[in-house]
Design a protein around this ligand. Structure first.
Ligand SMILES: Nc1nc2c(c(=O)[nH]1)N[C@H]1C(S)=C(S)[C@@H](COP(=O)(O)OP(=O)(O)OC[C@H]3O[C@@H](n4cnc5c(=O)[nH]c(N)nc54)[C@H](O)[C@@H]3O)O[C@H]1N2
Ligand SMILES: Nc1nc2c(c(=O)[nH]1)N[C@H]1C(S)=C(S)[C@@H](COP(=O)(O)OP(=O)(O)OC[C@H]3O[C@@H](n4cnc5c(=O)[nH]c(N)nc54)[C@H](O)[C@@H]3O)O[C@H]1N2
Ligand SMILES: [Mo]
Length: 777
């Protein structure tokens, strides 16, 4: 009898941090976090299910009507059967069609913008590898911006000369030392700090825990009582404005400052420009409407007394406005962070230890001090002598581009035209969950001639493709990662835990193969003659060189790779005292910001010059198309916050779903008043709908949400049932959201601007099929 194989424990890492994964050599047995002293992170517990899921794509598959006549495909994407083919057949087919389409319509007709969170790792970067291949083939259409901060990252460079959303924050030790009042404005760090773009260093919640015990005044401004408010308990005050009204709330606070002469005239004078222009709007001198606390209360639903109290509190104390991004993922999202910086400037604390604003304390553990570090290099998205993107579209305007090839549009001061996209390849993103207005997407998605999806799982995007290629998960290949997008706290090996399942291949291998088909010697050009371990050694050696300048020495690669241990980088006393904008504040002449004036721009001549009605020259309250102010009596405002037990759509198919699913669906939080008015009880199956679509969800009746607002977290897999009026049986929020730009400046997504109706579901019972692969797969 064979003895049971020995268990091996491999150190690896995901977006959700370093993990220890047990394997018997063939199967994943269990997984858990690898860093001591951190908070439990549910996402780390399901590696086994990720690798062995029945939802994995097992073989290359082609849509039947496509395979029958690839030059003039038959059938409908998303409705057709899939046919299993060999890798050879699949790659030949892609290669032939790619050649035809590129030769006929040019490089801009190939969309390789492929946005998404893929898996972490410096080598196996799905979209980057796709772009590398497309650069070898002669260029492609790429994308601008992202779904996360489309509005904020566009406006901030005009205002403070940097994007702020992806930059290191004033350090946590200084916040704990100097800050009196911490405001979490549209931020839910307890959820959002579970992950990072690299691997999480997992220190963010540890810092927030210290804050919890600090006795400081803590406030959360959010229409929903988030997990973070519960984490802080009685130590935190929860203030719930109507959705989308924060600019009015901030204006009311700003006006109160002016009423009392509490605004910091010296700071405004030295460090900002355009305040006077803005002040004429604030006081009503220009439009006859003074933006008083009472005016603001009428819009945002927070009482005038509370608004005045906040003004006094912020003025009298060192206040850090820790600001998240949910409120800028809206129509006119640019105004939110512009007005926030304006408010912070009026308070005059920007650049002090512990005062001002920070746009990334809730993301990737911003504020956890940067280490002295040997930072890994990573794979680049173009080959030597290749052609990069020949055009780029704002990432969230993809459906408009498909609908209107050649049509003019405006973006960030530029007049442009949409390309004529004929071939889409998505690798490492789940655009059927991430994009707004799913039904509109499905219609536009029928237009291209070829859609290829590289995926580990049968996502809705894969089901709506012509060709689906099975990708390895990060646990089936070798890679490396840093932790902490800002801290660089650890360098972690990501050794293959188990062999690839079924016919899954690394994206790297797939694009290397296609490169060879594209031109003789293409493989060599794509891989630069290196296999995976050789690339990792290169990235590691560059880290060693970078580390040397910081007195950090790495062991030889072989030794490191053998050891199965992470390397923790040394602390830097200097970085632990980092204050954002300190040099600028100390001497704005000598250390100007990268704005037109070198100062903080409260009024921007350049933005005013664009003449965009949806993004005027200074922060302005603009009423959205769909909000509580124009809602009918039975309409509710829809919030699509980020989920606790997923990264977007990732892991929706795992047993973590049992922790949150209600009535077999995505949970929907609603206020008892709104439930009573509709005869809905906690646990009921409900139907949510508007003119764009309908979904089923499970009711969670709670006073932890503002009346008139309901929350369905983003990321549930669409599971549209054509036999039942197209209703989504899983509760995918983007079936309901509006696909409109934040403004012509950022063209960000506006997933948090939508009205819906709600009722108890009384239709026939429907079976969830989101996680079942197509019958033939
Ligand atoms: N309504 C609404 N919509 C939103 C948001 C919102 O707040 N509200 N948030 C938006 C935001 S901020 C974002 S960032 C987007 C997120 O949107 P995405 O980043 O697209 O979401 P993910 O679910 O992370 O998708 C990653 C996909 O990559 C696949 N994958 C993982 N590893 C690999 C790999 O190695 N190779 C390949 N080929 N595939 C791989 C995974 O299986 C998964 O399907 O959603 C946006 N959509
Ligand atoms: N566990 C987990 N962590 C994640 C992610 C995930 O999917 N799961 N996604 C990651 C990604 S890609 C990103 S971009 C970040 C997203 O980080 P954020 O964009 O900050 O996250 P959200 O949950 O969309 O929004 C934060 C809070 O804003 C609130 N909010 C929404 N609209 C308004 C409003 O009009 N006014 C006010 N005051 N508050 C409002 C929401 O209720 C929510 O509690 O998170 C990252 N972290
Ligand atoms: Mo994001």
């Amino acid at each position: 009898m064979a003895s049971s194989p020995a268990t091996n424990t491999i150190l690896t890492a995901a977006h959700w941090g370093p993990m220890l994964v047990d394997t018997d050599g063939e199967n994943v047995l269990a997984s858990r976090g690898a860093l001591p002293g951190t908070f439990e992170n549910s996402l780390q517990s399901v590696v086994r299910e990720q690798v062995h899921s029945k939802t994995r794509v097992r073989y290359p598959m082609v849509r039947k009507g496509y395979l029958a006549s690839p030059d003039a495909p038959q059938g409908v994407r998303g409705q057709d059967e899939f046919v299993r083919v060999s890798w050879e057949q699949a790659l030949d087919l892609i290669h032939t069609q790619h050649q035809r389409i590129r030769a006929t319509y040019g490089p801009a007709s190939v969309f390789a913008g492929s946005y998404g969170w893929r898996s972490n790792g410096v080598l196996h970067k799905a979209a980057t590898l796709l772009q590398r291949y497309m650069s070898l083939a002669g260029g492609y259409t790429g994308h601008l911006g992202d779904y996360s901060t489309g509005a904020a990252q566009a406006i901030m460079p005009y205002v403070v000369g940097s994007n702020e959303v992806y930059q290191q924050q004033t350090s946590w030790p200084l916040v704990l030392e100097h800050t009196d009042v911490v405001v979490l404005w549209s931020a839910n760090p307890l959820n959002t700090l579970k992950i990072a773009w690299n691997a999480s260093d997992e220190q963010g919640i540890v810092w927030f825990d210290r804050l919890r015990k600090s006795g400081k005044r803590l406030i959360c401004i959010d229409p929903m009582r988030s997990e973070t408010v519960d984490f802080f308990g009685d130590a935190m005050e929860w203030i719930a404005p109507h959705m989308g009204t924060d600019v009015a709330l901030m204006l009311g606070i700003a006006h109160t400052l002016v009423e009392h002469g509490w605004h910091d005239s010296a700071f405004l004078q030295h460090c900002t420009t355009g305040y006077d222009e803005f002040a004429r709007y604030l006081t009503g001198e220009r439009d006859g409407v003074a933006k008083t606390a009472e005016w603001a209360a009428g819009i945002c639903g927070v009482s005038a007394d509370k608004i005045r109290e906040l003004a006094q509190l912020f003025h009298e104390n060192t206040t850090m406005l820790m600001t998240g991004w949910g409120m800028q993922r809206q129509q006119f999202g640019e105004q939110k962070h512009w007005m926030l910086v304006t408010l912070a400037a009026m308070l005059g604390q920007i650049g002090t230890p512990g005062g001002g604003f920070g746009l990334s304390y809730h993301f990737a553990n911003g504020g956890n001090p940067t280490r002295r570090a040997a930072v890994l290099a990573s794979m680049q998205g173009s080959v030597a002598g290749g052609v990069d993107a020949v055009d780029k579209i704002p990432v969230a305007r993809i459906v408009e581009a498909l609908e209107n090839p050649g049509a003019p549009y405006q973006h960030n001061g530029m007049d442009r035209h949409f390309p004529d996209i004929r071939f889409i390849w998505w690798a490492g993103g789940a655009n059927f969950t991430h994009h707004q207005d799913t039904n509109r997407l499905i219609r536009a998605w029928q237009k291209p001639e070829l859609i290829v999806i590289s995926e580990c799982f049968w996502t809705a995007a894969a089901r709506h493709a012509d060709i689906v290629l099975p990708a390895t998960t990060s646990f089936e290949r070798n890679d490396l990662t840093m932790t902490g997008d800002y801290s660089n706290q650890h360098l972690v090996p990501m050794k293959r835990v188990v062999a690839p399942r079924d016919e899954a291949r690394d994206d790297f291998e797939v694009f290397a193969e296609l490169s060879e088909r594209w031109e003789a010697g293409g493989r060599e050009r794509f891989t630069e003659g290196k296999n995976d371990l050789q690339w990792l050694e290169t990235f590691y050696q560059i880290a060693g060189q970078r580390g040397a300048s910081q007195q950090v020495t790495l062991p030889p690669f072989r030794e490191f790779w053998q050891a199965n241990q992470l390397i923790e980088m040394p602390q830097s006393e200097q970085n632990a005292r980092f204050v954002r904008f300190a040099a600028f504040r100390a001497d704005p002449q000598a250390n100007p910001l990268k704005t037109d004036s070198g100062k903080i721009e409260i009024y921007s001549r350049r933005i005013a010059g664009y003449g965009y009605a949806d993004c005027p020259g200074h922060p302005t309250w603009l009423a959205p198309d769909e909000w509580h102010g124009n809602a009918r009596a039975d309409q509710l405002q829809l919030l699509s916050a980020h989920p606790a037990h997923r990264l977007h759509s990732q892991l929706n198919f795992t047993s973590l779903r049992e922790r949150y699913a209600v009535a077999g669906c995505e949970p929907l939080t609603l206020h008892p008043d709104d439930a009573r008015a509709r005869d809905i009880a906690d646990g009921d199956l409900v139907r949510v709908w508007n003119s764009r679509g309908q979904v089923l969800a499970g009711a969670v009746v709670s006073d932890g949400i503002r009346p008139g607002v309901i929350c369905l977290h983003e990321g549930a897999w669409p599971d549209l049932d054509p036999q039942a009026g197209g209703i989504c049986k899983n509760g995918a929020v983007n079936v309901l959201t509006k696909d409109l730009p934040s403004s012509r400046l950022g063209n960000g997504c506006a997933g948090n601007t939508a009205l819906v109706r709600l009722e108890k579901y009384r239709g026939p019972s429907l079976t969830l099929t989101a996680f079942d692969p197509p019958a033939s797969a």
